[in-house]
Ligand binder design. Structure first.
Ligand SMILES: Nc1ncnc2c1ncn2[C@@H]1O[C@H](COP(=O)(O)OP(=O)(O)OP(=O)(O)O)[C@@H](O)[C@H]1O
Ligand SMILES: [Mg+2]
Length: 419
């Protein structure tokens, strides 16, 4: 084949076009109507791996991989029929083949021209291997980025889940600790209260025991003296004083015992049918000895008596305390009245006295442990009785209330269920 100089195409405007043709950065190939290459610039020769002038005379399809050739011939005919400047292969990748058989991607623009009555197709060819590579690299790094993002998201999600889980566990732990702390606090409080109770017991007991014990001692030595002197008539008085002192001591001890049991929640109710008329007669008998001079206990029953289903030991403790108070806080010769009123399914018992009463301002404290009214400080007592009574009444599902007027008297009213 000859060189480009041998074909009949002349650059009509001389060297300017030649320079453009020769110096163009794109490959420029001119083909005739039959697809034969008439002219190829140096860039296109280098691109396809041919020596100078080697492309001229070759069929255009030489530069196209075998598998596309038939299709290309077809396209070429179409172009010849309807020539217009256009990009080749829009939307799909075009492949070209070098002399050595290696393929590479290209971008091709087509134009045409009639020179000296000859129809010429001009193809502008760009090797887009590098662009493809960077496109591919970009695509890959985009893909990689997406993968990273997804991984990151997944990591964040698992971390968040783990965090939530640990927060939940922490919350649980806090809850447990709070509960334990609360329990510890409660038992500490309880222990503190019990210690307080014990120390108060020691101080009250040493104080409360002193008087009856010295009474016992003096009465005992008097009995000894009277016996020596033969004054036997005076013995009874002192024996009775010893008995009542011992009763008083027993009472105090019983109170503390009850309190201890109540504190520990160890009071079991053993209910049985109780006839209150009998019950109060027994108490009357028992208390007769410890009443003050000329004090009386009067028992009045209203309504038809029915047995009350309750624990007699607890009842005894309750009314022993209340009637003792009525006597203790009343003067000599005063009357104590026990009114029992039966109703449909409950019974009400009023203990009425004519004693010193309770000052208005102290009424609200009367059931508090160790509380003693200011008008009662000269009278022996530990301030435990009513506290125990109230708690026993609660255990019996009953109710206790009172009215009182200073220097007139008090009425303590207890309501108990009958069954
Ligand atoms: N019938 C009453 N009349 C006047 N005051 C009373 C009467 N009953 C109780 N009180 C007042 O209530 C206080 C508390 O009574 P409570 O029976 O609890 O204790 P106490 O009688 O002082 O001692 P304890 O009964 O333990 O030996 C008494 O100290 C007293 O001031
Ligand atoms: Mg009392």
């Amino acid at each position: 084949m000859g060189s480009s100089r041998k074909i009949e195409i002349q650059f009509s405007s001389g060297d300017t076009f030649r320079e453009i043709f020769q110096g163009s950065a794109e490959g420029i190939i001119m083909v005739n109507r039959d697809g034969k290459i008439l002219l190829a610039n140096p860039v296109s020769e280098r691109m396809f791996g041919y020596a100078e002038g080697q492309l001229v005379g070759l069929p255009m399809e030489t530069l196209i991989p075998e598998r596309y050739r038939a299709g290309h011939v077809h396209h070429r005919h179409d172009f010849n029929e309807n020539p217009s400047p256009r990009r080749m292969g829009m939307g799909r990748d075009l492949m070209a083949i070098r002399k050595n058989g290696t393929e590479f991607p290209v971008e091709v623009s087509l134009s045409y021209k009639e020179i000296n009555g000859q129809f010429l197709v001009v193809a502008f060819v760009i090797d887009i291997t590098e662009r493809k590579k960077s496109d591919e690299a970009l695509r890959r790094s985009e893909e990689q980025l997406l993968i990273y993002a997804a991984e990151l998201e997944k990591k964040v999600q698992t971390r968040t889940e783990a965090l939530n889980q640990s927060i939940k566990e922490l919350e649980k732990e806090i809850e447990v600790r709070k509960k334990a702390e609360y329990e510890a606090h409660k038992s500490l409080e309880k222990e503190r209260e019990l210690n307080e109770l014990k120390s108060k017991f020691v101080s009250i007991a040493s104080h409360e025991f002193r008087t009856p014990l010295s009474t016992v001692l003096s009465s005992a030595s008097l009995i000894h003296q009277y016996k020596e002197k033969g004054h036997l008539d005076k013995l009874d008085k002192h024996i009775n004083r010893i008995k009542s002192s011992v009763n008083h001591l027993t009472g105090i001890l019983n109170d503390f015992l009850s309190l201890g049991k109540l504190e520990e929640g160890k009071v079991d109710m053993l209910p049985e049918p109780v006839l209150l008329s009998h019950f109060f007669h027994d108490i009357q008998d028992e208390l007769k000895l410890s009443l003050k001079e000329k004090q009386t206990i009067e028992l009045v029953i209203h309504g038809e008596e029915v047995p009350v289903y309750s624990d007699p030991r607890v009842l005894r403790n309750v009314f022993f305390n209340l009637i003792s108070n009525a006597s203790k806080y009343s003067g000599e010769g005063k009357k104590i009245q026990i009114n029992i009123q039966f109703a449909a399914n409950q019974v009400r018992i009023d203990i009425v006295d004519e004693g010193i009463g309770i000052p208005d301002s102290e009424i609200k404290h009367i059931f508090e442990r160790f509380f003693r009214a200011t008008n009662a400080t000269n009278i022996q007592g530990s301030g435990l009785g009513l506290n125990i009574v109230k708690r026993y009444i609660e255990l019996l599902n009953g109710d206790i209330r009172f009215t009182s007027e200073e220097e007139k008297g008090s009425t303590f009213s207890i309501t108990l269920p009958i069954s």
